[in-house]
Design a protein around this ligand. Sequence first.
Ligand code: B12
Ligand code: SF4
Length: 443
Amino acid sequence: MKITFILPAIGKKPGKKYIGTWKMEPLTIAVLKALTPDDIETELFDDRTELIDYDTKTDLVCITVETYTAKRSYRIAEKFRERGIPVVMGGYHTTLCPEEAVLYCDSVIVGNAETVWNDMLDDLKNGSLKKVYRGGIGEYDIQPDKSIFEGKNYLPVSLVETGRGCCHSCEFCSISKFYCSKYYSRDHGLIVDDIKKSKHRYTFLVDDNLVADRRNAISLFEDITPLNIKWAGQGTLSMAKDENLLRTMKKSGCEIILIGFESLNKANLEQMNKSFNYAIGERDELVKRIHDAGIGIYATFVFGYDNDDERTVNDALEFAKKHNFYTAAFNHLLPFPNTALYDRLKADNRLIYDKWWLADGYNYGELAFEPKLVSAEKMSRLCRDARKEFSSAKTVLSRGFASLGRTSPLMWGLFWGMNLRLGEEVDQKMNVPIGENLDELPK
Ligand code: B12
Ligand code: SF4
């Protein structure tokens, strides 16, 4: 028996290159590979960087589906199903809206695969595949099998999970919906073992909020300190309130932490249910503490909330420049299906597309709803212009020199290449047609 795994791309512009900074190893596939019994042959097509062989001899196609990749996943599935090959789907999108995904495949796994993967494979062998399998959430003691990445030429960074979910309930967030606002920590012995087995010294701890459980975070950082790795991760600004946490984090090899500031506007933070983090007046001091601890910040902002206009985008840009962040993202708000944000915008009749992820002509970078104070087009342009300005040579230069000494010399060296490349990619990413150009050869 053979299983073909597919990681779909968002879409491709005709004749254009794949965007390099996204070329990370897909950890999801390594987990599914590890769950698969050894006597089953496996292969992986990473649609972001290679052509899918639709004629491959296989017994089952498994596609991991995010909302941005849903349209393309359904198109890929159709091609295999025309040949009579069953297709199973799982991931964030299918968990958020299984009723849609079942229309395009033979079977959907809702939630995590760990508890139902082998039942699904048994049913397949017996010819009794069910339409929907409901996996648990948060139970995982499996070690990813990264042998499936051999020959794929990904960025030299190992992705490692230290937990799943998050205890908060931000209005726009798919994670809080998927994990019902709960955090599930992973056994530290497994994490240490996972890191030891990883090929690269640089590690991305993929959890969405590493510091969700502060005591667990401190003990984890102590446990990974002897491994002598350098890592980046994601967390909330409130981490800076605890100096011991920051110290332990740095000591364990933390170089960069991604912080979702989202907005500088108090009313926006309240509307998105993310005002739990800190009092507005503390923000600058908390940023300073993280920098003083020797950790660089990847700051992310989101625009489109009801108090956002040209001024609030500009305020965020100036704030990011003032603090000389290692890097930053200026994203527009996007209503992911089944989130509280989606339901609110739909109830207010503000969605431009009912299902933007399937809509004809919907492109990456476009807003899918009408913001209150500026038009959808204008908000998209404001975000693009903020990215351009933040990655302009002048801003990169000033941020680069301010970062000197803040991170290790190697991360400082990487700063230049990464930031200049991000600048180059701003317009390459804009307007990628979602789901389109399936047979376009990656370059
Ligand atoms: C690492 C990461 C990235 C990396 C690499 C992505 C990759 N494909 O490998 C980078 C930085 C490039 C990235 C980019 C983006 N990402 Co990202 N990313 C993540 C992150 C942090 C970790 C993913 C991961 O490895 N998880 C660990 C694996 C084991 O968990 P899992 O994927 O959930 O898989 C389990 C189940 O879902 C299920 N399952 C999943 N797939 C399948 C398939 C089958 C067949 C079955 C049976 C089961 C199954 O079983 C698995 C094991 O239990 C997640 C958040 C998260 N913590 O998961 C966001 C996340 C997936 N990203 C997200 C987004 C939005 C993006 C971007 C669009 C951001 C942007 N604005 O540009 C881009 C575009 C990505 C793309 N598709 O090209 C969203 C997706 C939301 C959604 N509704 O789809 C997430 C959930 C983050 C969030 N806060 O909402 N991302
Ligand atoms: S803190 Fe981050 S991961 Fe947690 S619910 Fe909010 S946005 Fe999602």
